[in-house]
Design a binder for this molecule. Structure first.
Ligand code: UDP
Ligand code: MG
Length: 314
């Protein structure tokens, strides 16, 4: 049985050596064949140079995939999965927030429980209050509105067997959200709990903007809720409109028609804002449809450093 560990990295120069060391230590303990698939997502610091040094010094199980620029975390994960050859594939963040000590726990759970997927679920988090807050809000909303069963508080950290990896790789969509895809594919899914520490060094590479964009991608691609909410709002608008017609007619007939601008103004602003909201939302869908029909490659590989070395795209 071969184990692959996929790690996306973007400007993690300050802790990449410690990361590779700690992951290796855990893998060495397990006495299995393994490979470490590090994806350099277009880092502008010395992440790639440090990884190459590590590879040249002692780690020939270290496979390096250097992307041609920064394509984002989801694309980097896809690149890693594409290049992982193990029977079991672990996916983890490269900032030590997914503790390497959990790798043996994940592996033994997937073997003993005969599950196809084992996800690490965060028991506690030690991040800034504001970040914990909006992540929790996202998980609550996503769980409630998603069409497939979603597991709260699980991120990328998980292990998948070959069957599950192959299923994930069949997704060609551009708007990707790996935890959502992992829950969507079904199969036997088990969980282990862990405490998520804050990153020991460096700053978060998923900026607030990137995190919000990811949350939006997750919601748009796994839920009909945004478009349904519009429909309900539209329908309630129609009901209000009908009531307003009755009110106007009754006032007219009974000679009480008020000559105020308030009602007109309220109606205009209500329908105006509803329409603008709808347009914006439809725009979001069109933008996503456009991105999908363009069928652009999800990432480009600048160089693969395994023991063959080749150039490719996906
Ligand atoms: N990452 C990446 N590409 C990016 C942003 C982040 O490969 O464009 C990697 C990053 O190096 C880290 C992981 O994704 O290994 C998670 O990023 P981060 O810790 O910044 O995210 P958060 O802790 O906010 O989820
Ligand atoms: Mg992190």
């Amino acid at each position: 049985m071969k184990i692959s560990v996929v790690i996306p990295l973007y400007n993690e120069g300050v802790l990449v050596e410690r990361l590779v060391d700690e992951v290796r230590q855990q893998l060495d303990l397990m006495d299995e064949t393994f490979e470490l698939v590090c994806v350099d997502d277009g880092s502008t610091d010395d992440t790639l140079a440090k990884l190459l040094d590590l590879r040249n010094s002692k780690n020939n199980q270290l496979k390096l995939i250097a992307l041609s620029r920064n394509f984002g975390l989801q694309a980097a994960i896809t690149a890693g999965l594409d290049h992982a050859t193990g029977d079991f594939v672990v996916i983890m963040d490269g900032d030590l927030q997914d503790p390497p000590e959990m790798i043996p726990v994940l592996i033994s759970k997937i073997k003993n429980s005969k599950a196809d997927i084992v996800s690490a679920v965060r028991n506690t988090r030690q991040e800034k209050f504001s970040k914990r807050f909006y992540i929790n809000v996202f998980h609550k909303i996503f769980k409630n509105i998603s069409e497939s069963e979603q597991v709260e508080q699980s991120g990328n950290f998980s292990v998948l067997n070959r069957k599950a990896v192959d299923a994930v790789l069949r997704f060609s969509e551009h708007n990707r959200y790996f935890p959502g895809i992992r829950n969507f594919i079904g199969f036997k899914h088990e969980f282990v709990l862990y405490d998520r520490p804050d990153r020991p060094e460096g700053s978060a590479k998923m900026s607030r903007k990137k995190l919000f964009a990811l949350a939006a991608d997750a919601i748009y691609s796994f839920s009909k809720w945004p478009i349904k909410a519009c429909l309900y709002l539209g329908l309630s608008g129609v009901v209000i409109f009908l009531l307003a017609i009755i009110y106007t007619l009754v006032s007219k007939i009974t000679g009480l028609a008020p000559f105020g601008w308030s009602s007109t103004f309220l109606a205009i602003s209500f329908f105006g804002s509803v329409q603008l909201t709808f347009l914006g939302l439809i725009g979001e869908y069109i933008f996503r449809i456009y991105k999908e029909v363009q069928k652009r490659p999800i990432y480009f590989v600048k160089e693969v450093y395994d023991n063959t070395g080749s150039e490719e795209t996906k």
